[in-house]
Design a protein around this ligand. Structure first.
Ligand code: F6R
Length: 617
């Protein structure tokens, strides 16, 4: 979850590292620090770190030496061991100051390592698990081993998954990095006379699009002249750099106050890019170019399990309905963190479809490892070219949402629905369940989707007005049926993430079995009731809530005056075909959450306790 960056080149490292940390701040933001080697007066290690946001680090750097150093590492932290503080912020050094380390992951055996190191005379400056790595490496560099070898032997002693970057005054100009398991990626960036390492592309892309990804148990040593790679057993590794096609400009906030709003507004374009990359309209056809070996195996599929976490799990829930209804194959969903531990029964013909925008979520990767061990077919839905999930799965359906920076996922949810819709259509085509004309009809519906979403986004006045009315509510209930049920779950998740209002998403039929006990005037309900989502059943749910004094906001299809008259507040969305409704109905809920959070003065892009990519259990 933490952000990691290293730079070795000819330019001053500090501003490059600070900018990279800003680009990585969405991964963790409770403290940050950098270490540079070779200060203005020649030598030495200068470490500056501060609790709080990057701005605190920047103020501290103003008075810190080392401004002309051209090699350094930086870290933005999401605390696991040790509360957020200056001392616990990374980088961490060994007691002799010979090794400096930044780290993403959890050293699961750190208590045992720490007491063994203490018994051997090491003194600890922080409460972190990371510091053990610096001490373990120092024991090896002291015995004369090069830094990369010290790191290689050290990772053999660590339990858990890790991304580690280190440097040492004994090897000025060099940075070493290792990836172990799924705690997070390590990307190596190839610039002109300079090299970078980072936890993800956001830190690299402003400098170069030429990158290489470390696989698990691979290590790299970079200096300004290039990179060398080894495997965990010490043998040389072949890691080829390639060009990634993401436009760095999309990383900027542009005219918008927050990334979340920018990304909400980008949805028509992101949807259109994703649709164009997966289907042709004339002649109508589904083309999933990255399905690889899975292309020819879709007709073998007898059962589908869709897995994901958070918003991606909600996308998977919509995907389940798409797959069952468009391909006739039984489908179910599971939370990846449950799936990985429940010893799932995956018979022959089982396809596991994982959904992960980052492709780095540890629970998803571990669940995929379980599916692989059980020889299930696998397809992954991902927004990040070359991410770890795409290397594990037999095939990928990429979404083309561009970089998503807001911690609360928006455009990656709706574009994941496109990928799942296209996959379901392709499965229905492959197994003969769907006639060609039906496929063509669905493609027409998809083609009109970006426009429908653009219409929802035209006027924000209703969302602002509702936010003014409801911003001080303490609880919210979100209800939906059928395809609108996962949309209700997603609406509740968005609201709680960024506004800290307690919200529950429920299948509307479940409401009478408990939640209705909570309803009173101070407990508003959002009913997601577009025309096809068992709307008439929702009418009676709304009446039951109102009978108990609850206020109801309804998300209804345009022209549904009956529902609008019944509810206390109505948000209208264009009337669209059934399978397109979940896309369009989600967008007003994103906007509602955004404006409520804004009205409450919350930090929309960096909500407390959250991180964009969850690489720890
Ligand atoms: C919510 C949100 C998270 C992610 C979840 C999975 O707004 O962003 O719930 O959806 O952490 O992340 P990915 O899709 O990267 O696996």
């Amino acid at each position: 979850m933490c952000g990691i960056v290293g730079y070795a080149g000819a330019r001053p490292a500090t501003p490059i590292l600070v900018r990279a940390l800003r680009d990585l701040e969405y991964r963790g933001y409770d403290s940050a620090g950098i270490a540079v080697l070779g200060s203005a007066d020649g030598e030495g290690l200068v470490i500056t770190k501060r609790v709080g946001k990057i701005v605190n680090l920047e103020s501290a750097l103003d008075s810190s030496p080392g401004n002309e150093a051209t090699v350094g590492i930086g870290h933005t932290r999401w605390a696991t061991h040790g509360r957020p503080s200056d001392l616990n912020a990374h980088p961490h050094t060994s007691c002799g100051g010979e090794v400096v380390v930044i780290h993403n992951g959890i050293v699961e055996n750190y208590a045992a390592l720490r007491s063994a190191l203490t018994a051997r005379g090491h003194t600890f400056a922080s409460e972190t698990d990371t510091e053990t790595i610096a001490h373990l490496m120092e024991e090896r560099t002291r015995s004369g081993l090069p830094l990369l070898e010290a790191l290689r032997l050290t990772i053999g002693e660590l339990e858990g998954s890790h991304a580690i970057v280190a440097m040492s005054p004994s090897e000025p100009g060099a940075i070493v990095a290792a990836r172990v398991g799924n705690a997070g990626g390590v990307v190596v960036g190839y610039g002109e006379g300079e090299m970078l390492v980072a936890s993800d592309l956001a830190a690299i892309l402003p400098h170069t699009q030429q990158v290489a990804f470390l696989a698990s148990h691979q290590l790299a040593r970079v200096d300004r002249g290039g990179a060398a790679y080894i495997n965990g057993d010490g043998s040389p590794a072949t890691v080829e750099p390639h060009r990634v096609p993401i436009d760095p400009v999309s990383a900027l906030k542009g005219q918008y106050e927050h990334f979340m709003l920018k990304e909400i507004m980008e949805q028509p374009e992101a949807l259109s890019d994703t649709i164009r990359s997966l289907v042709t309209i004339e002649p109508a056809g589904i083309h999933l170019p990255d399905l690889g070996a899975m292309s020819d195996r879709l007709s073998e599929v007898r059962r589908v399990i869709l897995i994901g976490m958070g918003t991606s799990l909600h996308a998977a829930m919509v995907g389940r309905a798409f797959i069952e209804r468009l391909s006739g194959v039984p489908a179910e969903t599971d939370n990846a963190s449950e799936f990985r531990y429940r010893d799932p029964v995956l018979g022959p013909g089982t396809l596991v479809v994982s959904v992960s925008q980052s492709g780095e979520t540890v629970d998803v990767l571990e669940a995929m490892a379980v599916a692989r061990a059980k020889q299930a077919m696998q397809i992954t839905i991902c927004n990040t070219e070359g991410a770890q999930t795409t290397r594990v799965a037999g095939g990928t359906v990429y979404t083309r949402a561009g970089l998503e920076r807001g911690v609360a996922s928006t455009k990656c949810f709706t574009t994941a629905l496109v990928a799942l819709y296209a996959l379901a259509l392709r499965m229905g085509e492959a197994n003969g369940y769907l006639a060609r004309e039906r496929i063509a009809g669905h493609i027409q519906d998809l083609a009109r989707l970006p426009d429908a979403v653009a219409r929802v986004l035209q006027d924000h006045t209703p969302y602002r007005a509702l936010a003014n009315h409801f911003y001080d509510a303490r609880h919210f209930l979100f209800l939906g049926r059928g395809l609108a049920f996962p949309v209700a779950m997603e609406g509740a998740l968005k609201l709680k993430e960024i506004s800290y209002i307690h919200a529950e998403g429920y299948a509307a039929g479940e409401m009478k079995h408990g939640p209705i006990a909570l309803v009173d005037r101070s407990f508003p309900t959002v009913a997601v009731a577009p025309a096809h989502a068992l709307r008439s059943k929702l009418v009676s749910n709304i009446e039951q809530i109102q009978a108990r004094g609850g206020e109801v906001i309804v998300v209804a299809s345009e022209g549904d005056d009956e529902l609008a008259a019944l509810a206390d507040h109505a948000i209208f969305m264009p009337a669209v075909p059934e399978f397109v409704e979940p896309f369009v109905a989600t967008v007003p809920l994103q906007c509602l959450s955004y404006y409520i959070a804004l009205r409450r003065g919350c930090d929309v892009d960096q909500p407390r306790n959250l991180a964009k990519t969850v690489t720890v259990e």
